[in-house]
Design a protein around this ligand. Structure first.
Ligand code: FDA
Length: 585
């Protein structure tokens, strides 16, 4: 007997599940999100929140975006990525990170209306979950997923109510597996994976202590510490991570995965904290401690029939580059509008295939990137003569040697500088965060050639309106009151958008007709002098890569799905052709 029915059942209320629920509810789709625990994240695992994720939050509403900034540590306090022998000890070098280098800051400002920030998962999850539930999601905590079976019309899922111990069945049209790195849904759906789980061992030690005197003059999210054992397991080096400036911290410390799992007692945790801070008398208030494994594992297929997996369920990797929660929320932004359109009867089911085509390559990319970042810490150890392991006596000698005026010492200084600068690929890789270009049936390129990247695509975001890419951001000005509005703000909210300019009014008119014919939500904007939105700076004209009388068709997730460089003889027929393909109709 079925106890409950809903359109979409979401397993997990982490960043992926809560974001999916919030988006589906915003689009008016009935959904239920379950979590086996009685509440949300109890440790602040994810924190680096990139611009693309903030764009998803902004799409959910300015109130959601503003609340994130209110709780976040702002970008200006994230920047001095420090490498040191301990917080109290000698600094080996530093790297301006997370969009704080002046050149990188300019790129961030030009790329998005949003700002990168540090929002611990203990704040992000409640924000997303609250947004979801206040808009219609049925949130069901203490409810554990056990198994599912799917048929032609839907999925029947069995869960255990952990308060009563009773099993309940939930019938839904679709099932979303957002149940994290040990996903049972992905396993039961038979998703294929590549890579390896458990390539390294790591532990989190969460504590309170006022460390202002060591850090406030060099504000950062991450302080990397080279102490004996710092090269074993873990994420490249010992890490003292700011959770709240400057009195709440998370230490990430590795252990040998081939040995026994350490028991992280209070005494052990205090010892590690003292060692990394460099203060043998340090008193900490230990909040929690746990071990976890470094993984290098991704799904090569992200869905099976009516079951779609996302987040850590399909990409499992170390926190290097801060991509996990970000990518999870972006998975949700990709899938939610597709489910909504199919459920509303506005798109054919084949549209859902594009989720796999578009997000499986991202899963592979970020898992590879994050694991590579760990190995790229090696040259810093090597430059200090610590490639074989950190020996404090030898390290003191080597740190002393780099102060000499000899050519050999100069070479060593150069090697350290280079090795640290190379870590830009982990700590300031704007391209990795922003350059996703989709290839699928939900994108129509009409054989237009993809533009090459002019700069390193991992480090630099390159805006383009080539179909598949995210719509470039440019500030426009509202004609009525001069208010700044991003091009991205004109799009999203579960609708398609057509952007054109003066001379392209026929596109806008055609959009209205095609939207009525297909029964879909499609808004059109003509941008230009004396129109509702004006491009005073010319930034949009430069970014749009089309003529004023051309048009861009933008999907609800801000990705361009088609463009025409100029007006054509039959705009209505063209738009109908493209939308029918994108919507699989
Ligand atoms: P997540 O694991 O968060 O959530 C899974 C959900 O499923 C939970 O609600 C769980 O209770 C539920 N669940 C599981 N099994 C279930 C079952 N059988 N029945 C019911 N519910 C079930 N990322 C990032 O973007 N930036 C960063 O800076 C960092 N930093 C960072 C630091 C550290 C130390 C770690 C360990 C990790 C990070 N991450 C990160 C990664 C980030 O934490 C991770 O990628 C996300 O939490 C993944 O979100 P998901 O929603 O996919 O899974």
């Amino acid at each position: 007997m079925t106890d409950i029915t809903t359109d979409v059942l979401i397993i997990g209320t982490g960043p992926a599940g809560s974001a999916t629920a919030a988006l589906l509810s915003s689009y008016g789709i009935a959904n239920m999100a379950v979590n086996r625990y009685r509440w949300l994240a109890n440790t602040p695992r994810a924190h680096i929140t990139n611009q693309r994720t903030m764009e998803v939050l902004r799409d959910l509403g300015r109130d959601v975006e503003d609340e994130a900034y209110m709780f976040a540590t702002h970008q200006e306090l994230m920047g001095e990525n420090i490498f040191c022998e301990s917080l109290a000890g000698e600094e080996i070098g530093r790297l301006k990170a997370w969009g704080n280098h002046p050149l990188s800051k300019a790129e961030h400002l030009m790329s998005s209306p949003t700002r990168m920030n540090d929002l611990p998962q203990t704040y992000m999850e409640p924000l997303l979950f609250k947004t979801a539930c206040s808009r219609g999601t049925q949130g069901r905590l203490s409810t554990e997923y056990l198994r599912h079976v799917q048929d032609e019309t839907g999925v029947t899922t069995t869960c255990r109510d952990r308060l009563t111990g009773q099993e309940i069945t939930i019938r839904s049209k679709y099932l979303v597996g957002a149940d994290g790195g040990k996903s049972l849904v992905a396993e039961h759906a038979g998703l294929p994976f590549e890579g390896r789980m458990g390539v390294g061992g790591s532990m989190n030690i969460l504590f309170r202590a006022d460390l202002s005197k060591y850090v406030a003059h060099r504000p950062s999210v991450l302080y990397w510490v080279m102490q004996p054992g710092a090269d074993v397991g873990g994420i490249g080096m010992g890490l003292v991570r700011m959770v709240r400036p400057w009195n709440e911290w998370l230490i990430v410390w590795g252990y040998d995965i081939n040995g026994p799992e350490p028991e992280v007692t209070e005494e052990f945790a205090t010892g590690v904290a003292r060692q990394l801070v460099g203060d043998p008398e340090l008193k900490i208030e230990l909040l929690s401690a746990n071990t976890w494994t470094v993984n290098n594992f991704y799904a090569t297929r992200t869905s099976n029939g009516r079951v779609f997996c996302m987040g850590d369920a399909i990409h499992r990797h170390p926190p290097s580059n801060g991509l996990g929660s970000n990518t999870s929320i972006q998975d949700a932004f990709n899938l939610a509008w597709k489910l909504a359109l199919v459920l509303k009867g506005q798109a054919g089911e084949r549209l859902l295939d594009s989720y796999d085509a578009e997000r499986a390559p991202v899963a592979r990319q970020i898992v590879t990137r994050a694991n590579q970042s760990i190995t790229e810490t090696g040259p810093i150890f090597a430059a200090l003569g610590m490639a074989e392991g950190v020996d404090p006596v030898q390290m003191q000698k080597n740190l002393q040697a780099r102060t000499d005026g000899t050519p050999a010492a100069e070479l060593q200084r150069e090697a350290i500088r280079k090795a640290i600068a190379f870590k830009k690929y982990e700590f300031d890789a704007h391209g990795v965060e922003m350059n996703q270009r989709y290839r699928s049936d939900a994108v129509v390129t009409d054989d237009q050639l993809e533009p090459d990247f002019q700069l390193d695509p991992q480090l630099h975001y390159q805006p383009t309106t080539w179909p598949g890419a995210r719509l470039p951001h440019a500030w426009l000005y509202r004609h009525d009151d001069g208010a700044e509005v991003s091009t991205l703000d004109l799009c999203g909210h579960g609708r398609f958008t057509l952007l054109t300019g003066l001379g392209g009014e026929a596109w806008a008119e055609a959009a209205g007709k095609v939207a009525r014919d297909l029964g879909i939500d499609l808004v059109a904007h003509v941008i230009g002098p004396r129109q509702t939105y004006v491009d005073h700076s010319g930034d949009w004209a430069r970014a749009s890569e089309i003529k004023d009388n051309g048009c861009l068709l933008v999907r609800p997730d801000h990705h361009v799905c088609w463009r025409a460089t100029g007006l054509v003889a039959q705009p209505e027929a063209e738009l109908a052709r493209v939308l029918r393909q994108v919507l699989a109709r």
